[in-house]
Design a protein around this ligand. Sequence first.
Ligand SMILES: [Zn+2]
Ligand SMILES: [Zn+2]
Length: 158
Amino acid sequence: MKNDFLLMSDFEKHTTIACMYINKKSINFISVLYNLDECLIKEILISENVYEYHVCNVCNHLKIKYSFLNYYHCYDCGTKINLRYSKHPVDYNLYNHKISKYEQIRDDGQGILEAKCNYCKKYFKPTNNQIHKRLKSIYKNKRGKKRNYLHCGCQIHT
Ligand SMILES: [Zn+2]
Ligand SMILES: [Zn+2]
């Protein structure tokens, strides 16, 4: 594979690198594989207009990094898939890094995520659906309106 790469034209090299990158191979991985400088790879990716873009494994669209829900799929697809689990609580480790900046959360001791209700300040286990709605509002609405804050259900009848 490495020898094939050396025989390629610059155009083919750039295409190959861009293709690997949008399919989620890291710059470091590509750099080791082809013995290329990481800065050079980054320059190539920028010139190919794919830097910070990846392909969603579900819809196959090229999307910018922050529109990814996780390694595999973008928010649009992930939200649809996760609807199946909408009433379930979520894994603490899976969502900790995504939501801890915005909500007070903790591990319940069994790996399930608990969040502090924004109104009554009690800890509760938000459902997958609540977490995804919250994340969507964080990512799609950077203005940070006071909507969609996590709450335990105490606000529903007010
Ligand atoms: Zn998608
Ligand atoms: Zn509450």
